[in-house]
Design a protein around this ligand. Structure first.
Ligand code: PLP
Length: 395
């Protein structure tokens, strides 16, 4: 059996999105900047896609800028807010310790330019409260950037409350909603969101395309210099097939948001319950406010990498931490931010489901994973030390 349970890393494109891309490649092949009919057909298709995406998040079409994905949108949002801050002499930024590297590394860059960055601790379940954010806001705060939902441990953060706090204090609020878009409701007005990033390949759209939503009146700095595309906010001929694929995928996801969430969270809960029976294991992330598809565990006494390889040999595609940190031997900054000790963070497993996963697949996972964990423990020196009392169990 082949089980793809790594939807937080990327998703399979939906056939609706594939069809929309094919239409873009075969039928509306013009350059949207061209003044002739073929170009204008492309421009119209692009405008319709922009409108579709705007409707899904409660924005207007003019507030949507197409980017090459979530990382670029995060970079542009943060650098734009920082530039606005600098003009007012405000160089303090509040964010969290478990943001995606697209946010954290951009903040590192700003630190080198004299900005002060405060990363809020996320506590053992991996969340921050609006109160924490409010306490951190100062006179010179120019930006609060807090992710909507965490990609590794699945916590959903109280974005609406945080948005309200930022609005009250007149501070720009950015949210990396890459894991939320297409999975959780987004309403930029109600939630007081000023800047928002999303990425198509996390909701069954194509890779290499995303959106930066910027509230009307917020000037964006362009990361790429060139032509006047995207109203001077992102130079370069637009990737129209990908834009059409993204719009189709987002619309489809938003049309089925609730039924998909209900289905996927049922599967998630079965997995969480089953895997919790493994001794010396623990769920990572918020047990209540949790992405419908996210199952994240630490198993004491094993190495996540070996777990992944053995699971792969059984046809199970999962991840430890995020796809971006796998490959390096450093434990995930997210699990460390939750207070997991290094050796425990190393034994992590993330399963991320989508609406295409089935009960039968969950049964297969619940048969194979405990057996693989038991096998790895039987050959693990670390586990031997734990059992013999040479080392203390943490979980
Ligand atoms: C995947 C992801 C990103 C990066 O998006 P890309 O489109 O792959 O650049 C950013 N933030 C979060 C939370 C993500 O999960």
């Amino acid at each position: 059996m082949q089980v793809y349970a790594d939807n937080a890393a990327t998703t399979k494109m939906s056939s609706t999105a594939v069809q929309a891309m094919l239409y873009g490649m075969e039928k509306v092949y013009g350059n949207p900047s061209s003044l002739h009919t073929v170009g204008q057909q492309a421009a119209e298709a692009m405008q319709a896609a922009r409108q579709k995406i705007a409707s899904c998040i409660g924005a207007t079409a003019n507030e949507i800028t197409f980017t090459s994905g979530g990382s670029e949108a995060d970079n542009q949002a943060i650098l734009s807010a920082a530039a606005i801050g600098a003009r007012k002499g405000k160089k303090h930024i509040v964010s969290t310790a478990f943001e995606h590297h697209a946010v954290l590394h951009t903040l590192d860059q700003l630190k080198k330019q004299g900005y002060e960055v405060e990363l809020l601790p996320v506590g053992p379940i991996g969340t921050v409260t609006a109160q924490q954010v409010e306490d951190a806001i100062r006179e010179d705060t120019c930006l609060v950037s807090v992710m909507y939902a965490n990609n590794e441990v699945g916590s959903i953060l109280p974005i609406g409350e945080i948005g309200a706090v930022c609005r009250r204090h007149g501070v720009l609020f950015h949210t990396d909603a890459v894991q939320a878009a297409g999975h959780l409701a987004i309403q930029v007005e109600e939630q007081n969101i000023d800047l928002l990033s999303l990425s198509a390949h996390k909701f069954h759209g194509p890779k290499g395309i995303g959106v930066l939503y910027a509230r009307k009146g917020i000037p964006l700095v362009s990361l790429i210099q060139g032509g006047a595309q995207e109203r001077h906010k992102r130079a370069g001929t637009e990737n129209l097939p990908a834009i059409l694929g993204m719009a189709a995928a987002l619309e489809e996801a938003c049309d089925h948001l609730e039924e998909n969430a209900a289905k996927v969270s049922r599967l998630r809960d079965q997995l969480v319950e089953g895997l919790s029976r493994i001794p010396h294991s623990a769920l990572n992330g918020d047990p209540v406010h949790r992405l419908p598809g996210n199952v994240s565990f630490c198993f004491e006494g094993i190495e996540g990498e070996s777990l992944l390889l053995l699971l792969d040999s059984k046809g199970i595609c999962a991840s430890s931490g995020s796809a971006c940190t796998s490959g390096s031997l450093d434990p995930s900054h997210v699990l460390l931010a939750l207070g997991r000790p290094h050796e425990v963070a190393h034994g992590s497993l993330r399963l991320s489901l989508c609406a295409e996963n089935t009960e039968a697949e969950v049964e297969y996972l619940l048969k194979e994973i405990p057996a693989v964990v038991e096998y790895l423990r039987s050959i693990s020196p670390m586990w031997k030390d734990l059992v013999r009392g040479k080392r203390q169990f943490v979980l």
